[in-house]
Ligand binder design. Structure first.
Ligand code: DLL
Length: 434
């Protein structure tokens, strides 16, 4: 089944969009209430029943859902369908050792492919294009999300995944990719390797880059566009809500990410008070799914900081625009596209006997890639000639448990700075995104 641009869906008058949202919101709340004990109990505690949702504003009566709710009901406790009805699971980093697990019915996978096809088309991909997909394949939603979206749109997808950068350059050139999908930092890494190889990507067939999964800036957009000779478009999503394809910039305006309002209800709240903010005000993005079967999400607190606008866009789409996401209001780090919580690293470190419970994470940008160093203290009495093997063992455990490569530096007891108040666990030395 292929996807075709449907102006009725993307340029729907706002009143029609709102009516559709209300109808779907009511179905979603009913699905969550009837099939997920957590949602039912929380609503009952507030004296709410699905029938109480009579207008879109009533969404503010509903309780929030947090990432920790997924962890507390690990692995399948928030699913509204029996596991046997799911065709796919994905997982992303949780706040501790346990990942956040998400599941999809056949209809959910269909919706996801459609929304990714819509996003990719919105960003400038066209049927017949070669799409070089360097998002990671596997439990991360980026690879398979772009893969099935590209196929649904009718493009030729090259399922590259990340890594082997020299080969990426070769295949981009030889297969004539018009569209590149990867994180913005990896796009720059590809550019750098190409330049070293003496390959000029500006002379390749690349015209569109669909970049997301981590915060980036306008300055980075300009640099990527200049070095790769393409239009760089921002794409947003998160596993808990769908994966990539929740929102995407349009090729025409590149001025904020169209959030697909026929499938999601977007709110921006004050993270301190939980109160909804007005259009244009910056706060935390909260998303309610409107068409998900297996994992309906009610007012999911994304922790992503942004604002939204409903001003008309040059492209004619009526769906609101989410401004560039500048960061998160929790301590999650995104290192080369991989989500990492300091608490996950801590969970690995406390399991190692020769290490004391003092550590600091130092994040830097080296060239164009994020780099994470873990500074730990040796436990008292551990001889200095053990520091090397201890570091190697910690590095290995972090890699196998969390999936990221780090530099571990073992210091002598007392060398990690102690703080008076909250421990400073992270020193993020990367340039801030604007
Ligand atoms: O990163 C899904 C994705 C894949 C999006 C490919 C775009 C492209 P998660 O691994 O669950 O899912 O991480 C979601 O990544 O809450 C944001 O903090 C961050 N993020 C994703 N897209 C952007 C973006 C995928 N365009 C988390 N700008 C989200 C800034 C982004 N941050």
């Amino acid at each position: 089944m292929s996807w075709r641009y449907d102006p009725a869906a993307e340029t729907m008058p706002r009143e029609r969009l709102a009516a559709l949202q209300l109808e779907r919101l009511r179905e979603t709340v009913k699905n969550a209430y009837e099939n997920v004990p957590l949602h039912r109990e929380r609503m009952k505690a507030l004296g709410l029943e699905p029938g109480d949702i009579r207008s879109l504003d009533d969404v503010a009566k509903l309780p929030f859902t947090l990432k920790s709710d997924l962890r507390d009901h690990y692995p399948f406790g928030l699913f509204a369908r029996p596991r046997e009805q799911l065709l796919r699971l994905h997982a992303s980093s949780g706040t501790t050792g346990k990942p956040t697990v998400v599941g999809y019915t056949a209809r959910d996978l269909d919706t996801w492919s459609d929304l990714m096809a819509r996003s990719m088309a919105c960003g400038g991909a066209r049927p017949g294009d070669v799409v070089h997909n360097a998002y990671g394949y596997g439990l991360f939603t980026g690879g398979l999300g772009a893969h099935y979206g590209g196929e649904r749109l009718g493009t030729t997808v090259v399922p590259m995944s990340g890594g082997a950068t020299e080969r990426q350059v070769l295949l981009i050139m030889d297969f004539g990719a018009r569209v590149l999908c990867c994180t913005p930092s990896y796009a720059l890494a590809i550019a750098e390797v190409a330049e070293k190889q003496g390959v000029d990507l500006r002379r390749s067939k690349l015209e569109v880059g669909l970049f997301g999964a981590e915060p980036w800036s306008e300055a980075m957009r300009k640099e990527i566009e200049a070095r790769l000779g393409l239009k760089a478009v921002d794409i947003y999503g998160l596993s808990e809500i769908l994966g990539p394809g929740v929102a995407c910039e349009c090729f025409e305006a590149q001025a904020g990410l169209h959030g697909w309002e026929d499938h999601f209800l977007f709110e921006v709240i004050d993270p301190e008070t939980g109160k909804p903010l007005a259009e244009g005000e910056r706060g935390e993005l909260v998303i309610t799914t409107l068409t998900k079967e297996a994992l309906p999400m009610i007012r999911y607190r994304t922790r992503d900081v942004t604002s939204v606008t409903r001003e008309p866009c040059a492209c004619g789409r009526t769906h609101l625009r989410i401004r560039r996401i500048t960061g998160r209001n929790d301590d999650m780090l995104i290192i080369r596209g991989v989500n990492v919580y300091p608490s996950q690293i801590e969970a690995v470190l406390v399991g190692l006997p020769e290490i004391a419970p003092h550590y600091q994470l130092v994040v830097e940008r080296r060239g164009n890639l994020d780099h994470l160093a873990v500074e730990v203290e040796a436990a008292p009495g551990v001889p200095a000639d053990r520091y090397g093997p201890v570091a190697e063992s910690a590095r290995h455990h972090i890699k196998s448990m969390i999936g990221i490569t780090t530099d571990v530096v073992v210091k002598a007891p007392g060398e990690i700075p102690r703080s008076q108040g909250k421990a400073v666990r992270v020193r993020d030395l990367r340039p801030r995104s604007a």
